[in-house]
Design a binder for this molecule. Structure first.
Ligand code: CP
Ligand code: NVA
Length: 312
């Protein structure tokens, strides 16, 4: 069974096809193939969501399928039913399952026991659906017709703030997969961890990212600036400590001015204006955050369609 738990669960060739499919779906949104006809897909949330929940629910519907939104607390998962039993039972009803949860081992556990494709809708480790969307959003600028992934090669991505977060990990992984340069700038204590190094090593990808505490040198000549919240879901107890440490790492107009004049600003949202990013940057013409949010729908429809193809 082919699942999508991390960026490299599709080869670069398969990813290229996903981006072309996503463009086709975006170009003619309501005339997409009914790939999920007569299928029911579960969307299981252990954490809050706006974009992931709505874009998957709408996306399953547009592909001709029936989406069922579930949450861990209102299923027997919340009362201790095992992942193995839940995955086996859900597989008897559903044709696919999107999961947003805490530990990455939970999506891996579902994948091990399910007989339907599992899609990772964010874990503490990574957020691959978001990164396929972010790459698609960049390709719309770099290669609007062919969506050619080779146009990503050598582009400099700079991630600021919590460099040990799921979004930072997914940027590191995607940069390695698509040949982008990546520099991460954040405070000591929030550097990339061995977890992402182990992921790269397991995939045979070189550990080529640069970590620095200096925002200015990082931002120079950037093609893409991106950041994420300083307090991710699950990190609330450390909120004060995190905000204090990361205050110097806000993406503001001065920092954006150090990047290339045609650099783009990305943020997966939700954003906290005045914390990780200034309102000025969120509103600037270089910010493509709302294209990015819209593209969750098109990219995820393509991910689901590709999984159906690979599993048929
Ligand atoms: N970017 C993202 O995953 O948004 P949600 O938390 O709203 O799903
Ligand atoms: N890093 C954030 C991303 C939210 C989409 C979190 O995990 O809360």
């Amino acid at each position: 069974m082919h699942h999508f738990l991390k960026e490299t669960d599709f080869t670069p060739e398969q990813a290229q096809h996903v981006f072309l499919l996503a463009k086709q779906f975006k170009d003619d949104r309501l005339n997409c193939p009914q790939t999920l006809k007569k299928q029911s897909w579960g969307l299981l949330f252990y954490k809050s969501s706006t974009r992931t929940r709505i874009s998957f629910e709408v996306g399953v519907n547009e592909l001709g399928g029936f989406p069922i939104v579930l949450d861990s607390q209102n299923t027997q998962i919340g009362r201790g039913e095992t992942i193995a039993d839940t995955a086996k039972v859900m597989s008897q009803y559903l044709h696919g399952l999107v999961i947003r949860t805490y530990g990455h081992e939970i999506v891996e556990g579902f994948a091990k026991h399910a007989t339907m494709p599992i899609v990772n809708g964010l874990t503490d480790l990574n957020h691959p659906c978001q990164l396929y969307t972010d790459i698609f959003t960049l390709l719309e600028r770099y290669s609007p017709e062919a969506m050619d992934i080779n146009t990503l090669k050598g582009k400099k991505v700079v991630f600021l703030g919590d460099c040990a977060s799921n979004m930072a990990n997914s940027w590191i992984h995607s940069a390695a997969m698509f040949g982008m340069e990546i520099t991460l700038a954040g405070p000591e204590g929030f550097a990339p961890t061995h977890e992402i190094d182990a992921v790269l090593e397991a995939d045979g990808l070189a550990k080529q990212y640069v970590f620095t505490t200096d925002t200015k040198s990082a931002a120079e000549d950037a093609d893409v600036l991106c950041t994420d919240v300083w307090v991710s879901m699950g990190d609330e107890a450390e909120a004060a400590k995190r905000k204090a440490a990361m205050t110097p790492y806000q993406v503001d107009g001065d920092l954006l001015a150090l990047a290339k004049s045609d650099a783009y600003f990305l943020h997966c949202l939700p954003a906290h204006a005045g914390e990780e990013v200034s309102q000025e940057v969120l509103d600037s013409p270089q910010s493509i955050i709302f294209d990015e949010a819209e593209n969750r729908l098109h990219a995820q429809k393509a991910i689901m369609a590709k999984l159906v193809e690979l599993n048929s």
